[in-house]
Each structure stands twice: as C-alpha cells, then as structure tokens.
Design a protein around this ligand. Structure first.
Ligand SMILES: [Zn+2]
Length: 154
C-alpha cells in the first residue's frame, strides 16, 4: 500500500491550485523520494492543463512538459512521486479516464474535490501492479506533517 507523506505547505498548495483554476481542473506533479513506508513528497510542481476541449473534467500534462518536469526532478535529486489534479464539483474519486491515462506504476495519484470553488476532500491512489495490464488503484493514506488528514466522508 504505502503512505504518501507531504508537508502542510505542499498539501495547502495543491488544494489552493484547484481553487484557483476552478471551474477548470488543475494538475501538477510531485517531486519526492521513496522510503520504506512510501513516498516522501518534497514539492508540488504546477503544470498547465493542456486539455482545452473539456478542461473542467479532463486533465493532461503535455508530453514535452512532463519530460521537462521529470528532468528537473532528477536534477534536484528527486523522482516523480506522483501527480495531482482536481475534480471541480465532483467527488475525489478516480474516474475511468483517470485510470486509463495513469501509466506511472508505483506513483501516487492525488485528487482534490473542489465544491463551488472550495477545496474539500483530498484522496490519494497508488497505481499498483507490475504491468499496464494488471495495474490498479489502491486507496492510500496521506500523512501531512506526520498526521492523517480527515477521512473521506464518502
Ligand atoms: Zn480525474
């Protein structure tokens, strides 16, 4: 399963990002290091949402931007620990599209629900499995400064 560790600053930053882009989705990536119990996120990096056809319920990081983000992570001595995006006026649960477009096995996919412009629930899903064929999303505990965040009421 694994735990997603992040600082309060990172947690607040990704939630604020979702509020700022409302009613469209925000998206970005996490820089971090793996540890025995999961990812230690060091920073959240904002990315442009390149989906102009349906930016309110789809997100995508452009391939070139992803390459640049990954290179920057490595330059700073980190790995890509995962990705985050927001769900404007939808629950913080992954969609079929989120699952289909998730390819980074072992990475965390964090979703924040933004209701009427206000960030509510933030959930993390670990993309588990050994191959693209047997991948799955496992619900993952988020610890902010070592403390569990409020459980998902849904
Ligand atoms: Zn989504």
């Amino acid at each position: 399963m694994g735990i997603l560790h992040m600082t309060r600053a990172v947690y607040e930053a990704i939630r604020a990002h979702g509020e700022q882009t409302y009613p469209n989705e925000c998206c970005g990536a996490f820089f971090g290091r793996s540890s025995p119990d999961g990812w230690q996120v060091q920073a959240a990096v904002r990315a442009g949402n390149t989906r102009t056809d349906s930016a309110h319920n789809r997100y995508q990081i452009a391939p070139a931007e992803l390459v640049r983000i990954e290179r920057e992570a490595r330059r700073q001595g980190f790995a890509i620990a995962g990705f985050y995006h927001s769900h404007p006026d939808h629950p913080a649960q992954w969609s079929a599209t989120d699952f289909a477009e998730a390819h980074w096995l072992g990475c965390s996919y964090v979703i924040t629900a933004v209701a009427q412009g206000k960030a509510t629930v933030t959930n993390s899903f670990l993309l588990a499995g050994a191959t693209e064929e047997d991948k799955r999303f496992d619900h993952q505990i988020i610890l902010v400064d070592g403390q569990p965040i409020a459980p998902d009421p849904t």
